[in-house]
Write a protein that binds this ligand. Structure first.
Ligand SMILES: [Fe+2]
Length: 635
């Protein structure tokens, strides 16, 4: 979504090294060094690259040394245990001894607490921007989250005044942080000066998690179309094999995966967050496949080990087998991300994610939903690795209960010179590595994230819009082979999914890639794809039966007024953009393309119900739970 200004990058590259070689004699005085000028300019570059909040940029600020300004300052942490955090809790952080409360005072949650600039790459040169690196190492690691002290309504007015016997008074306040088990210890650090001119005033003692090895955030996925095997993937600080115990006495041992800073992408000119200040140790990602299950059935499982602990017992359902006569109910959306449960700032917040995940959780608990398809832009961690843990925790109420299938998006994969089609740095340097590790899909091999899967009457062809899709590319040939070999007697429906849209009314940054459309759209028609579900644009939009921007057929209203596409006489696919699951919504322009039949800029998700002759789709507004659009495709 964000365009990369290569000219700017190139200019920066040359100027960076020019100033590095010419600035050493001036640094150490209080005059602004050329290097500082260059570094402060990177703020603008980072803003352009990820288009996010002031908080996102704080590691680009020069810190002032003000550590002696509040000698009586104390930061106290109240958690459910006396000295440790549980796996998921709201922690109260109380700051006392503040001489002059300000609207610009804030508290950062930083992990690990022993973050040290000496371990940072290019620390001497690159971290001059943090001021005195020997005294102020903290912003070497980006805060997981932060809050302004004024979130306590009594803070600025000093209603919590404390006075000494000699009449010297100070102020204080308390704020709550949602803390989940991210394994490494945490400290809370008090800054004045706001996010743009941070000044370190004081820090808490480090707090540990009671069990940093706890197995957490288990999420399921299908490994094939049989409905008899399900993969569970989970996170733990423990690098020894663990187990899933499931069904009646079955068990399977995990394989263990992880990734390191060395696996992240970066550039010399502008280090990526993933490689640099956004890095957070992911622990160990365990994965194991439960086999011998029955399709469309309910089983229970728990995961972990006697050594480090077990998850609670969880009930999950298997999807129907491909070709089975069963009905299929699935939920699908793109561009979800996460919303903090507290009042914190984070580097990238998706305001609608919480509402959507709540609505989906209710849907899954109340109705028989078989599976979920999340079609790209998954967590928006984009190089701030601790945010994957928060995302996995957010989706766990549903992802631990049914098959959570994914497609890759630009915010998981794209990075300069890393093999992505688009060379924007939208993944923040992750270049697909954390995504592939957290969401192992049934793909042919590493960094080839396209696959197909069948459930009941539907064949799903799921592609990567971020990898080469041009004619004669490996992915193109796979698409051609996959879709042309679908047995339409076994699975009458063919649904095509990926991340970037072919039809959207949004323009500018969101306009479609005409090369992508020219290359891939003919395959959809040739193979009689019924429905195309894509995201990336943050709203909901449905088309007519469309090909090359021309409506080949229009739906007709059925008896209850639902738009119905008659695919007994197939003419072209129906497209829907479904990127409305969390990211700030995109508005629609006033002009309406004739192929665009429905446009909704609200948070929500698409709910599908398929029989062998009817494919029913509903756009559900997650705030009101209203169905704001319904359409049918019939055979
Ligand atoms: Fe996207």
């Amino acid at each position: 979504m964000e365009s990369c200004n290569w000219v700017l990058l190139l200019v920066f590259f040359f100027f960076f090294f020019f100033f590095i070689t010419s600035s050493s004699s001036t640094y150490g005085t209080h005059t602004t060094s050329p290097l500082e000028v260059v570094i402060s300019n990177t703020t603008a570059m980072h803003r352009n690259f990820t288009a996010v909040s002031e908080f996102r940029l704080i590691n680009r600020q020069k810190l002032k040394d003000c550590s002696a300004s509040s000698p009586s300052l104390k930061i106290n942490i109240i958690s459910s245990n006396p000295s440790t955090f549980s796996d998921d809790e709201f922690v109260t952080v109380t700051v006392t001894g503040v001489s002059n409360p300000s609207n610009d005072d804030w508290v950062a949650m930083i992990s690990p607490s022993n973050s040290n600039v000496e371990g940072c790459i290019l620390n001497e040169l690159y971290y001059l921007q943090t001021g005195d690196t020997s005294k102020l190492p903290l912003l070497c690691h980006y805060p997981v989250k932060a809050q302004l002290m004024r979130n306590d309504p009594y803070y600025i007015s000093c209603k919590k005044k404390e006075c000494t016997t000699i009449g010297q008074c100070t102020c204080g306040g308390s704020i709550k942080f949602h803390v989940i088990n991210i394994r490494s210890d945490i400290e809370f650090v008090f800054f004045s000066g706001g996010f743009l001119k941070p000044c370190l005033v004081g820090r808490s003692i480090p707090f540990r998690f009671a069990n940093p090895y706890m197995p957490l955030y288990g999420h399921l996925s299908s490994i094939d179309s049989s409905g008899t095997s399900m993969r569970l993937t989970w996170v733990s600080g423990d690098n020894k094999p663990q187990q899933i115990q499931y069904g009646n006495g079955k068990k399977v041992t995990s394989t263990i995966n992880t990734f390191s800073q060395d696996d992240m992408c970066s550039t010399v000119a502008l280090p990526s967050p993933a490689k640099d200040f956004g890095w957070h140790d992911p622990g160990y990602i365990h994965s194991a496949v439960m086999t011998g299950l029955k399709p469309s059935s309910i089983f229970s499982y728990k995961y972990g080990s006697d050594l480090v602990g077990w998850s609670k017992q969880i009930l999950f359902s298997t999807p129907p087998a491909g070709g089975a006569a069963d009905e299929l109910r699935f939920i699908t959306y793109g561009d979800m991300g996460k919303t903090p449960l507290d009042d914190s700032e984070e580097h990238y917040i998706q305001p609608g994610a919480l509402s959507v995940i709540k609505a989906i959780t209710d849907d899954v608990n109340l109705n028989k939903v078989n599976s979920i398809f999340h079609i790209g832009d998954i967590s928006y961690a984009t190089g701030f690795l601790a945010e994957w843990d928060y995302f996995l925790q957010l989706i766990s109420p549903v992802a631990s209960k049914l098959s959570y299938m994914t497609a890759i998006g630009n915010h998981e994969r794209d990075y300069i010179a890393s093999g992505s089609v688009y060379i924007t740095p939208d993944s923040g340097g992750e270049c697909g590595v954390p995504y592939e590790t957290y969401f192992p899909m049934p793909v042919a091999s590493k960094d080839k994230p396209w696959y197909s899967i069948e459930q009941a009457s539907i064949h799903f062809t799921i592609i990567s819009t971020e990898h080469d899709w041009s004619q004669n590319s490996e992915q193109y040939q796979w698409m051609q082979k996959d879709m042309s070999s679908v047995n339409r007697v076994k699975t009458p429906w063919l649904i095509f999914m990926g991340h970037r849209p072919m039809y959207t009314s949004s323009s500018g940054l969101f306009s479609t890639d005409t090369k992508f459309v020219e290359a891939v759209e003919p395959l959809l028609l040739e193979n009689k794809v019924d429905l195309v579900l894509l995201g990336h644009v943050h709203n909901y939009e449905r088309t007519c039966s469309v090909y090359q921007s021309v409506c080949k057929a229009m739906p007709k209203k059925d008896a209850i007024g639902v738009d119905t596409y008659d695919n007994r006489n197939y003419v072209a696919p129906v497209h829907a953009v479904i990127g409305m699951a969390g990211f700030t919504l995109d508005k629609f322009p006033d002009t309406v393309n004739n192929w665009s039949l429905k446009r909704i800029s609200e948070y929500g998700y698409l709910r599908a119900h398929a029989t062998r002759t009817d494919l029913n789709l509903e756009f559900v507004n997650s705030n009101t739970r209203e169905v704001q659009d319904a359409f049918r495709i019939t055979k």
